[in-house]
Design a protein around this ligand. Structure first.
Ligand code: ARG
Length: 259
């Protein structure tokens, strides 16, 4: 996770962000601490990267890169506002024992935001923040098969805003169909049991949930899919991350899994 100490909304690079809206920093810090506590209670250890005054979105560590074993490929952020984070994340990974690589700079890529490794597949999305070529490059580097889809709704600008795999034996995954060009996700249908969420749920960033063991940590709100996720056997909790939703990120955006 990234320290929230310098978090703010001072530019707008997605439809959720309004540079005129005030962030309550004390509340943000409290919410971030609650999320960290929930993650630790679910059984994970949390490492924290120091914040940086010039990079308010550094708190969204999901966007740092993509990890495969002890290898990491660092993101190439689409917007100049976040490009300064690349070196900071790169140094952190080096200092923490990772083998750090880069993607050709002409290919934009935003890390766990737009891709994750699933068995021998690279599951990824392109079209808003990341380029298809970046996903192909990563799959090739890691020896994985790319299985990608195109995002088409600016509000759901990363894969992790509209898709999350659940910790069930049945490979259940929740997703918001309208975020994808192929709303049936036909090339993922053999891998996952796809469970659509409503527009109301999607707009609360429901799919931006953190999974730790059998626990699924959702953002707060009246989320209708939660009952179903409980019925599937998951331990569900909710953490209010309203101050971070002002930047277009909820629980999963604030985290990257290191193993
Ligand atoms: N303000 C950040 C951006 O627009 C939020 C990133 C959210 N992260 C995520 N993994 N969806 O880049």
């Amino acid at each position: 996770m990234g320290s929230p100490d310098n978090y703010k909304v001072e530019y707008s690079i997605n439809p959720w962000m309004d540079a005129d809206v005030e962030v309550d920093l004390n509340l943000a810090k409290e919410q971030w601490a609650n999320l960290k506590q929930a993650i630790e209670s679910a059984g994970a250890e949390v490492k924290v990267i120091t914040s940086n005054k010039a990079q308010p979105d550094l708190v969204f560590t999901a966007n740092s890169g993509i990890i495969y074993g002890k290898n990491v490929l660092i993101s190439n952020f689409k917007f100049q506002e976040r490009q300064g984070e690349e070196e900071i994340f790169q140094n952190w990974y080096k200092d923490n024992g990772f083998d750090v690589g880069r993607i050709p700079s002409e290919y934009k890529f935003e890390g766990r935001g737009d891709a994750f490794v699933y068995h021998k597949y690279l599951i990824g999305t392109y079209g808003i923040r990341s380029d298809k070529e970046a996903l192909e490059f990563i799959a090739n580097e890691f020896g994985l098969r790319p299985l990608v889809n195109k995002l088409v709704d600016e509000k759901f600008y990363h894969l992790d805003t509209c898709f999350q795999l659940l910790p069930t034996d049945n490979n259940d995954a929740i997703y918001y169909p309208k975020a994808f060009e192929d709303s049936s996700l036909s090339n993922w249908a053999d891998l996952f049991n796809l469970i659509p969420v409503s527009q109301d749920d999607a707009e609360m960033l429901t799919c931006n949930a953190v999974v730790i063991g059998n626990t699924v940590i959702f953002p707060s709100g009246e989320i209708s899919i939660i009952e179903k996720v409980r019925d599937l056997g998951c331990n569900v909790i909710q953490v209010d991350v309203s101050e971070f939703i002002k930047a277009g990120g909820a629980c999963q955006c604030l985290v990257i899994s290191l193993d």
